[in-house]
Design a protein around this ligand. Sequence first.
Ligand code: NAD
Length: 506
Amino acid sequence: MGNRFPARDRFADGAQFIDGRLRPGTSGRTHAVVDPATGRELFTYELAGPADVDAAVAAALAAYPGWAGATPGERSDALHRFAAVLAERATEFAEAESLQCGKPIKLSTEFDVPGTVDNAAFFAGAARHPEGASAGEYSADHTSYVRREPIGVVGSIAPWNYPLQMAAWKILPAVAAGNTIVLKPSELTPFTSLLFAQAAQEAGIPDGVINIVNGAGADAGEHLVGHPDVVMTSFTGSTAVGKRVAEIATATVKRLHLELGGKAPFLVFDDADLEAAVHGAVAGSLINTGQDCTAATRAYVQRPLYDAFVSAVAALMETVRLGDPFAPSTDMGPLISHAHRDRVAGIVERARGYARVVTGGSAPDGADLADGAYYLPTLVVDAAQDSEIVQSEIFGPVLVVLAFDSDDEGIRLANDTPYGLAASVWSRDVYRTGRATREIKAGCVWVNDHIPIISEMPHGGYKASGYGKDMSAYSFEEYTQVKHVMYDNTGAARKDWHRTIFGDRP
Ligand code: NAD
C-alpha cells in the first residue's frame, strides 16, 4: 500500500506552524501518526504544549492589527490567491489527507479538496461583503450606525474526520473577517492543516495570521481555550469534549461556537422512491467510513417499504469495495485507528444481545486488509428506540433500520435523540416533506438526498449538536462583532434628557 505523501521530509523542522515557520513542539511528548490502512507508523512529531500555544497566540496577537486593518479588498485578494494555490496543490492535499485518515483517494480528490478550494473562493467574496444595518436617525437628536468589526485572536479546535475541510471551515471565515487564528487540529491528523497554513503563506497571507499547534486536547487544547488573549473559541468535535470546552470558555467569557456530534435520522415515507432511498442510505451511512457527523445513522422506514428497504440496503452494502485508500476503485477505507475500530465493533457486539445484524458486523476476511482498521458495512435491525445503537453516536459504517407506522410516529422517533445536526426525509409528497422539514429539529434537513453541502449554506447543529454555523455568510458573521456608534447631532452642552439625572429642563 502506498505512502504517497513524504511527511517526514515535508515536516522535518517540526509539526507546529507558528509565526510563519515550522518548529518542533516543546511539550516533551511525541505522537506517532499511524497509517490506519496498514498500521504502519508514518511520522513521529513533538507535540505542542502550553508554551507553544502561548507562542502561537502571541504571533496571532502581533499580526492582528495589520490584518484587521487591511481593507476587505486586500483580504479578499489574498484569499483568492489562496484558493488558487490550493487548487494548484490539489493532488498533494488529496494524498496527504487520504494517507493520514485512510480516506479513499476518490473521496479526497472529489469531495474534500474541491470543497476546500470552493470555500476559500467563497470567503474571498464574503470578505468584501460584510452585512450591516443602515445608518439612520433612530432618535431625533442622534445619528446611529453599526460597525461590523473583527473580534481578535480566535482559538479553534478540530477533529480528525475531515482535517482539511475542518481547517478550512475554521480558518477561512475567521481570517476573511479580519481575525487572526490559532488552530489545534486533532493530534492524529496533523498533515493537511500544516499544508493549508503553508499554502496561505505562499498566497501572501502575512505570518502570524494563521498558526497551527498540533498537540493533545487536555494539554494544548485546554490551554488554548482558556488563554486570556483568545477572544473566541470555535470547536468541532464530540459533545462530551464540547461540554468541557464550554466550561473553560465560559469561565473566561469567550464567544463560543460548538459543532458537536450527530446521530442523523433518515426518514423514509411509504410513497418514497425506494431505489433512491436505498442508494441514499448506503452512500449517506458509509461516507468517510461512517465517520461523518451528518452521516445517516438511523433509518426509519414506513412499514409497507420496510422489508424491501432492509434487503436492498444489505445487498448494496455487500457490493461496497474495501481496500487500499490509494486504489482508485476503493469505495471504503479503514476507520481512523484500530482503537476506534474496536470501539465501533464493541457497540455492534453489544447490540447482538438485543438486535439482529443483517450484514457486516466484523472486520473483513482476508490477509490483505488484516493490518488495517477495517470494518465491514454493517446493517442492524430489530433494535429498540432507546437502545445504545440507536441513541449513541457510533461514528462508523453502521446503519440501524427501524420501522414506523404513522407520519406522527416517524417524525417523533426522528427527533428522539439528544442530537440535532442533520436529517433527511424521503417522499414524493410535498406536504409530507414540508411538514417533516418544519418539525424535525436539526440544523440541516435534506429532502430526497443526504450528505451534500455547499459553501453558500450554513452547517451547524440544534440541541446537543451545538450552536453556531460553519460555512456561508452566517459563519462569516460568527467571526465578527457589531458595534453601535451613536453621534449627537444637536451640539447642545445641556441636553434635555439630563434632567432625568439632575436639575430641571434647560
Ligand atoms: P473529540 O471531541 O475527541 O476531539 C476533537 C478535538 O478536541 C481534537 O482536536 C482533540 O484533540 C480536542 N480535545 C480533546 N479533549 C480536549 C479538551 N479537554 N480540551 C480541548 N480540546 C480537546 O472528537 P474526535 O474524535 O476528534 O472527532 C469526532 C467527533 O467530532 C464526533 O463526535 C463528530 O460528530 C464530531 N464532529 C462534528 C462535526 C460538526 O460539524 N458538528 C464535524 C466533524 C466531527
